[in-house]
Every structure is written in C-alpha cells, then in structure tokens.
Design a protein around this ligand. Structure first.
Ligand code: HEC
Ligand code: HEC
Ligand code: HEC
Ligand code: HEC
Ligand code: HEC
Length: 487
C-alpha cells in the first residue's frame, strides 16, 4: 500500500510520462534508441572482451571502439529527446497537440514496469557514458594513440622513443603534464593534428622547437630533481677508426654535472644555468644565440653579446626572450637521433657489429650515408651491398664470417631505420642535439669564447669548465687501467 506522498509522486511521474510515450513515437527518437542500444551492446561486448583477453588494442580498433562508438552512443542519447521535442513542436504548430493526454495511471503494473525500465536504462546509460568517456580520455593519453595512430607522421619520434631511456614514460608526461588547462589545450591541438593528417597539411619534417611545449618545471621536474646535487659523472666514449682493424680509442671525461649543494651553493653544469639565464636566439631552431643575460648571486645581471651580432635592435625588439630550462640542453631526451659515425660506434661498442670484420666502421658509415628510396629499400639493399663488399674484397672473410656479416647488416639496417625516415624528410642531422659540442653547436652556442660582457668577461670555453678530459682518443687510457685494476 502506498502512502499519500507516494501516490503524489506517482501522479507526477505519470504526468511526465504521458507526453513522452505519446511523443516518443517518431523516427528520430526511434533512430536514437536504435543507435544507443546497438552501440551500447557493442561497447559492452568489447569491454568484456578486453577484460577476458587483455593486452593492447590495434590503433584503428582503438579509434573505433574508444572514440567513434561512444560518439554514436552519445549521439543516440541526444537524438531521443530531440525527436520528442521536434514532434511536439510540429504537433503544436499544426494545432494537434492534445490538451489532455491519455491517462496514465501508475497503478497499472504495465506502466509501472515501463517507468522502471526507463529509469533503469537511464542509470545504465549514465554508467556506460561515464565508462566510455573515461576510457576514451585514457586512450587519447596512451602512448599507442600518440605514437601509432598517425603512423607515418609520428614514426621518427616513436621509433627513437622506443629505443631511449624514456621508453616507459608516456608521451603525455612530457608533452602535456598534469592539470586541466593543458589537458584541454592538448585535446584541441590533437583535433587540429588529426585534421592536418587527414588533409596532409602537416610539415615534413615536423619543425622544432615544438611551439608551446610545456615548461620543463611542470614536466621533467615531476620526475627529476635537478636541484639535487649530482656531483661528477664519469663518461667513457669509444670510437672506432676507419682503418682495416677498426682500431678502438677511448675518450674519458669527468663531467661536472653539479646542482645545488647541501649548503645551497649552485655548482657545475646544472647549477650554473637553471633559472639564471635568459637568452634570445636569432633563428627558429635556436642554434644561433647572440644575446645572453645572466642573473648574478647579488641580484644584478650581466649581459653577454656575441661580437658579430649584426641585427641587434631587431633581435631585441622581436626576439623571444627565453628562460633557459632543461630542454635547452636536453632537447633530445627521448627522440634521440644519431649521426652515422657515432651510431656505428655505439653498435660496435655494444657488440652488435663485430670489430673483427675488416673496415666495417668505414664501410658501415658509407653504406648508411647512401640514399635509399624508402626504409624497405634500405632493408634489402643495405645488406646486399655489405655482402657484396666482403665477397669482392675479403672473400675468405665472406666465407668464414658469414654470421658476423649478417649480424652487422642487421645492425646497420636498425641504425638506418631508427634515424632516416624519407616519408617525413627526416635524415641524418635533421634534428640538432644541444647536449655537447662535437656534432652540433650545442653548449658552444654560448660557450664559444665570443660572447663578451661590458667588463670584457666571456662565457667560458676553457676545456675544464664543464669536464675534466682524463683521456682523449687513446687506445688504452691509463685512467681506465687504474680504475679496472681496482687500486
Ligand atoms: C622524456 C620526455 C618526452 C617523451 C616521453 C616524449 N617526448 Fe616528444 N619531445 C620531447 C621534447 C623535449 C621535444 C622537443 C624537441 C625540441 O623542441 O627541440 C619533443 C618533440 C617531439 C616532436 C616534434 C619533432 C621532434 O622530433 O622534435 C614530436 C612529433 C614528438 N615529440 C612526439 C612524441 C610522441 C609521439 C611521444 C610518445 C611516443 C613522445 N613525443 C614522447 C620530449 C618527450
Ligand atoms: C614520468 C617520469 C619522467 C619524466 C616526465 C621525465 N623523465 Fe627523464 N628519466 C626518467 C627515468 C625513469 C629515467 C631513467 C631511465 C633509465 O635509467 O633507464 C630518466 C632518465 C633521464 C636522463 C638520463 C638519460 C640517460 O641517457 O641516461 C635524462 C638526461 C633525462 N631523463 C632528462 C629528462 C628531461 C629533459 C625530461 C623532460 C623533457 C624528462 N627527463 C622527463 C623519468 C622521467
Ligand atoms: C646547461 C645544460 C643543461 C641543463 C640546462 C640541464 N642539463 Fe641535465 N645534464 C646536462 C649534461 C651536459 C649532462 C650530462 C650528460 C651525459 O651524461 O652525457 C646532464 C645530465 C642529466 C641527467 C643524468 C644525470 C646522471 O647522473 O646520469 C639528468 C637526469 C638530467 N641531466 C636532468 C636534467 C633536468 C631535469 C634538467 C632541468 C631541470 C636539466 N637536466 C637541465 C646539461 C644540462
Ligand atoms: C644560452 C647560453 C648558454 C648555453 C647554451 C650554455 N651555457 Fe653554460 N653558461 C652560460 C652563461 C651565461 C654562464 C655564466 C657565465 C659566467 O657568469 O661566468 C654559463 C656557465 C656555465 C658553467 C659554469 C662556469 C663557471 O666558470 O662557473 C658551466 C659548467 C656551463 N655553463 C656548462 C654548460 C654546458 C655543459 C652547456 C651545454 C650542455 C652549456 N653550459 C650551455 C650560458 C650558456
Ligand atoms: C660549456 C661546456 C663545455 C666546454 C667549455 C667544453 N666541453 Fe667538451 N663536452 C661538453 C659536453 C656536455 C660533452 C658531451 C658529453 C657526453 O657526450 O656525454 C663534451 C664532450 C667532449 C668530448 C667527447 C666527444 C666525443 O664524442 O668523443 C671531447 C673530446 C671534448 N668534449 C673536448 C673538449 C675540449 C677539447 C674542450 C676545450 C676546447 C671542450 N671540450 C670544452 C661540454 C663542454
């Protein structure tokens, strides 16, 4: 037995339902219902499959199930009331809207069940909509969505990323970071990019630096703590010669990374720059830096200018004043591209290219520098040419070291296809690396001994400023023998 309050509520509901049932009889509402119901069942089946099967979803499957289908589902939900309103509007215009709807009495079990069904379905719909939105957003934040959906466009960055120390860090952790405003910005930018890809209006190669990249403080520094003192770091670099024996030499550097010491002093490479330096570059890629300002400990600042800085007024008027952060040195923390010689050095040092193959360093570098029409072309031609080289010049090696030759060929293809992407016009040296000074200007953009202050102080280029050179291209450095000797 219902209380009077109850029956009041019932009557209210009945009043509401009456027009809905009456007006629900129209094509738009029915289409909406069909759309919502069918996508709901498909979505539920897909989620169930994901739970049972687990694992990753292929890129286009992901787009369909995480983005498009929930879109249909939501569209259906919108169509249903829209149809009702539309029909109501038309009926009213035609003067056909009944003043009294057929009586709906919630005491009738059939109607009660119908009402229960509508309510229940609404709850189910809310749950599905919520789950779908959550999954859609999570999917758009996934490495797979960023790296693989626009396969060709992102291939250079995605490939290099997978080979880097950050391969387990999600794209969004560096490119978007935490917080709602950047989240919205990134989704808008994502939509723009989907259009650019669809209509092929994107740049090849993708220009750097990335405009509007989020400040490092809000990305890199979520994981790294640069103010922590890191001390010195011993770096050993192995080079191989272009002679028949691929003679190895070693360079040993003690890099003064530094940071903030316990007594709050800023020392070394990290300590010297962070938050203290503002600069203006005169080119898009920030490779030429004629104007550098340094904030001193006492609050004053020193201005260093390149001696041959022709367009000073223009630069000061229009140039972007940038406060130096992590990415001005670590501009390739994860999309690391190499030059042929250093890439071959690395593969040889790692044992994937055997130094026992005569002239492999020289020949490898030359083969890498050749033009291949595509990555596929490199996969077939590069190994062929390496085999041909040994068959022609070192027939006995060709016979006795076939396995090493095949392994070296595979490593060369790996290098080539990690650095050269003809479809995106990315090739050796397209993206400069600012960490160092051998292959690109890097540190020497400022530390070139040519940036002078009014009091004729210069940004130092002295070889011991940043590292102590313990050995330079020596076959067998004494310092390493001592370290390995354990004394
Ligand atoms: C460790 C941080 C980090 C991660 C993780 C990361 N990126 Fe980047 N990415 C950067 C930085 C820094 C730049 C800026 C380079 C510049 O401006 O010179 C960049 C630049 C890019 C560019 C511009 C072209 C280029 O090569 O500079 C693209 C495209 C890109 N990233 C895509 C991705 C994708 C896709 C992923 C995930 C598969 C990803 N990034 C993961 C830090 C990161
Ligand atoms: C989500 C966490 C995370 C973020 C964000 C992140 N890193 Fe890292 N980074 C790591 C981890 C983890 C490692 C260590 C990887 C290893 O040792 O294998 C690392 C390693 C490094 C290294 C040492 C690489 C090497 O060759 O040994 C550098 C340099 C670095 N990160 C710079 C950056 C910069 C610059 C950014 C911002 C663009 C950044 N990281 C953003 C987690 C992160
Ligand atoms: C002035 C240039 C410069 C700036 C700015 C800079 N770094 Fe570095 N950082 C270096 C150099 C050089 C190294 C040593 C590279 C190597 O190991 O070969 C290094 C090393 C590192 C390492 C590896 C440390 C280790 O012990 O292996 C991490 C992590 C790192 N930097 C993070 C950062 C972060 C995060 C920021 C921004 C807050 C930053 N760096 C700013 C130049 C810089
Ligand atoms: C945008 C310009 C700029 C770039 C790029 C730059 N530096 Fe600096 N660096 C400076 C300035 C300015 C100073 C302060 C010089 C002074 O006041 O004596 C400085 C100081 C230093 C110092 C401290 C020198 C001392 O005598 O105390 C070290 C070490 C250093 N830089 C290393 C590096 C390394 C390593 C790189 C490259 C990875 C680099 N810098 C890139 C501008 C730059
Ligand atoms: C402003 C800082 C700075 C100054 C000044 C500087 N270097 Fe370096 N140097 C670096 C950094 C950073 C690296 C990269 C280390 C790495 O690859 O991990 C490097 C690397 C090197 C290497 C190894 C390169 C390789 O691939 O074999 C040599 C050799 C070298 N420096 C020599 C010199 C000499 C000689 C001078 C003096 C003219 C000098 N450096 C001045 C910062 C500096």
């Amino acid at each position: 037995m219902g209380t009077p309050q109850d029956s009041g509520l019932r009557n209210q509901l009945a009043l509401w339902l009456r027009p809905a049932v009456y007006l629900g009889h129209n094509l738009v509402t029915l289409a909406g219902a069909v759309l919502t119901t069918s996508s709901a069942f498909t979505l539920l089946a897909f989620w169930a499959l994901l739970i049972v099967q687990g694992g990753a979803v292929r890129p286009y499957t992901g787009i369909i199930f995480f983005l498009i289908l929930p879109g249909f589902f939501a569209a259906g939900l919108i169509l249903m009331p829209l149809g009702v309103f539309w029909r109501r509007y038309r009926l009213r215009k035609a003067g056909l809207l009944p003043t009294v709807y057929p009586k709906i009495d919630l005491r009738q079990p059939l109607l009660r069940r119908a009402a229960g069904l509508v309510l229940g379905l609404s709850v189910v719909n809310m749950v599905i909509l919520g789950t779908a939105s959550y999954r859609g957003v999570a999917y758009m934040d996934s490495v797979q969505f960023c790296g693989q959906t626009c396969h060709t466009v992102m291939m250079p960055e995605y490939t290099a990323y997978q080979r880097s120390p950050h391969a387990r860090v999600a794209c969004v952790d560096c490119h978007i970071g935490p917080g709602a405003p950047w989240f919205v910005r990134s989704k808008l930018s994502g939509v723009r990019q989907v259009f650019a890809v669809t209509f092929h209006t994107y740049d090849t190669p993708i220009p750097v630096p990335v405009t509007n990249l989020r400040p490092a403080r809000e990305t890199c520094e979520q994981c790294h703590w640069p103010q922590r003192f890191s001390g010195d770091k011993l770096v050993v670099i192995t080079h191989y010669g272009d002679d028949e024996n691929n003679s190895p030499t070693k360079t040993v550097l003690l890099l003064h990374i530094g940071g903030r010491t316990l007594d709050q002093k800023l020392v070394g490479i990290h300590g010297a720059h962070l938050g203290l330096i503002t600069y203006i570059a005169s080119d898009r890629q920030r490779q030429v830096i004629p104007w550098v300002s340094h904030r001193n400990a006492n609050g004053s600042s020193t201005l260093f200018e390149a001696k041959d800085n022709p367009s000073k007024a223009d630069l000061l008027a229009h140039g972007e004043r940038r406060v130096m952060d992590c990415m001005d040195c670590h501009n390739r923390p994860t999309h690391v591209f190499y030059l042929p010689a250093e890439a071959v050095d690395r593969e040889m040092a790692a044992g994937r290219i055997s130094p026992s193959l005569p002239f492999i360093h020289k020949e490898g570098v030359e083969l890498l520098k050749k033009n291949y029409a595509s990555r596929l072309d490199a996969e077939t031609r590069l190994p062929d040419e390496l085999r041909a080289y040994y068959r022609k010049n070192y027939f006995s090696v060709y016979n006795s070291q076939r396995q090493q030759i095949e392994q070296a060929a595979a490593a060369l293809v790996y290098i080539h296809n990690g650095n050269v992407f003809p479809a995106m016009k990315v090739t050796w040296g397209t993206y400069p690396n600012n960490l160092g000074h051998m292959n690109f200007p890097g540190c020497f953009r400022c530390h070139d001994g040519n940036h002078t202050a009014k009091d004729s102080k210069v940004i130092p280029q002295d070889c011991n400023t940043c590292h102590t050179l313990l050995a330079m291209e020596e076959p067998n450095p004494k310092i390493l023998q001592e370290l390995e000797g354990g004394n």
